[in-house]
Design a protein around this ligand. Sequence first.
Ligand code: CAA
Length: 396
Amino acid sequence: MAINVAPEGLNLTLTSEHEMIRQAARKFAQERVAPIAPHHDETGEFPIETVREMGQMGFMGIEIPEEYGGAGMDTIAYAIALEEISKACAAHGVVMSVNNSLYCNALLKFGTEEQKQAYLVPVASGEVVGAYSLTEPMSGSDAATMKSRAVLNEAGTHYTINGVKSWVSNAPVARYILLFTMTAPDQGHKGITAFMIDTEKPGFSRGKKEPKLGIRASATSEIHFQDYEAPLEDMLGEPGMGFKIAMTVLDAGRIGIAAQALGIAEAAYEASLIYAREREAFGGPIGRFQMIQQKIADMKTRIEATRLLLYNAALAKMRSKESGERYTTEASMAKLFASETAMWVTTQAIQIHGGMGYSKELPLERYFRDAKITEIYEGTSEIQRVVIARNELGIR
Ligand code: CAA
């Protein structure tokens, strides 16, 4: 992406590669995903076929180098593709986001060569799906308070894992899961360690599926560990490094959720534009009324501001590859603003559509339900504000 600061303002020009990925993602999303989205929303059925196709198109490991099964593109390309997919169906969006940002990213950054070959290649290439598991029934925003445990055996050859994790996106379909669990409970966040879990091994099982308000076609469930044995070579990073790994990849994840929220907001906005032009009341299109115009103007402005914050965070992540500097604040600002924009825009879109917005005959109410989760997962809006403010103030 080229950025020119001209007297008339900041001009973001996408490269031809970025334009190509937008066109490819848009075509696939509109032709293959949008038509099936209502059915999968209603039934909660996981869209296995189109997720497989996303893998074939390289969308399940966009930023992963080709040698590890990915598409070898950059974070802007990732954000663009995710925005287009989420515009058609936010549930497909989160499947893609978790696979890319939370799973593949972690292995690329922290995995050994053996771990990359075993756990990254099949997931980045879209052959199988990956998941990320931090949350527990009694540990959400306060992620360091987890109750699950991993205990090293006397011979020092493997850890035995026990406990329950909840709200694990992709878990019902994932082959591999990046798990965060406690190996030294007396050490708080410094006692958390990350492991690669193979869901086909004994000791692992899936618990109840979460009945969700939105993104219903994405699969979310509890996972249970009963004496699951993880060999030392399945530890990601060092003992006690888990919290850092979890937080580092959540920075990338929050960029993904910002792109997802942008896609949802755009879908609701574009539907509103059409409706405001076509729907007539009091002798003309409702778009003539200033109260509708105010909504349209504010929707458009917030969407464009979101896009700038999203690309700003994506560029910060790309720079961090060289500099090693964190892009935590940029990612949190993008996620916070994008998710609140998605919620606000989808609310206004329903209002513009009136009764039809409330009806299940149009996708507006789905956009509204899907938008809500973006204010909650990968750190609530309240947590994003804590992160931004702490980083600005320099205090914890
Ligand atoms: N990158 C790297 N390291 C980080 C970091 C980051 N972004 N944020 C914190 N750390 C490090 C700190 O530097 C600190 O390290 P040291 O002890 O070495 O100095 C350590 O982590 C602890 O930091 P804090 O004291 O700030 O930790 P805290 O306990 O106060 O918590 C928090 C901070 C920001 C509230 C954090 O717990 C958090 O983000 N909570 C939200 C959790 C979350 O987002 N959950 C989402 C679940 S996943 C999900 O939703 C996936 C899905 O389904 C789609």
